[in-house]
Design a protein around this ligand. Sequence first.
Ligand code: SAH
Length: 340
Amino acid sequence: MNIYDFTPETLREYLGDVPAFRAEQIYKWLYTGAGPDEMTNVPKELRERLKTELYTLLPKIDTRLESKIDGTRKYLFRMEDGAGIESVVMPYSYGSSICVSSQAGCRMGCAFCASTIDGLDRNLTAGEMMGQVLAARKDSGQNISHIVIMGSGEPLDNYENVLTFIRNAVNPKGLGISARHITLSTCGLIMGMRRLAEEGLPINLAISLHAPNDEVRRKLMPIAKSVSIETLLSEAEQYFEKTHRRITLEYALIRGVNDSEDCARELAARCTGKMGFHVNLIPVNSIEERDFRRSSREVVETFQSTLTKAGVQATVRRKMGADIDAACGQLRRAKKGKTI
Ligand code: SAH
């Protein structure tokens, strides 16, 4: 078991007869990035026990790419069993944001996404998700203030582990990041969205919509065959009512597929209901294996202004790390099966 899979409660339970304050000391040390050898106020025998019984190392960096333009760093970590996972650290004026992966591979099958091409490899544990944050923080020297669970994988398809990770991230004795600085992105697993709304965690929700109607969405995302946009957006409204967190709809603009003015108008009509969604437009990242092309700059601008004129807040995702560009999941695929 990975030591970062524990919550304070499960760690105390696991340690058994060890006094509760020791468990708390260890838990606090963990989030400074310290390994057992550095936990100076913890007795030696206990530190040895942690080392022999648990996996206490941070993920190994297989590849690191750093943008010369804006300092964005992209990591490929190699897990113990050889699984590769990607994370990206983006420095902003307010601090740094890290994009973490929740699964090695993915089984959602979205047509434009590289992470899903070979299907799901396996779920990541809570510890492996935390490991991405701590290893990237240590390597980059950045103060990580925001987390987006938007890397490879569908987080709501790995619910328990993702929730444990988030609970450790928001715990003041853990990473201590405000829930308001955490965003979870989903293609729309309804049961997971309902559960999440009940957790009492005010995290932001991003929904990968990518189409203004079910017909277009079904061509891009298999999930659209079982969940209609109407159902999805009404669930999103429920989430908003319970958490009061703003909901973002993600919309990857794909040339000739979902980027017409009609599409923009149809999308706008969906967004101006009782709560109002924010739309984040992302010119699609072309991947080698598929023939999707990004919309031209003019088309992106027209799409955005059609939304804005209809009263919908729409932003175009700022492109970070243009010189280390590799669409989500591409680095992992390129390096698959290769050792360090
Ligand atoms: N499974 C979750 C989170 C991971 S994907 C989800 O679907 O939201 C994170 C975001 O990147 C999603 O909005 C996804 O649709 C988008 N994405 C995947 N491949 C992309 C590509 N080639 N270009 C642009 N966005 C992409």
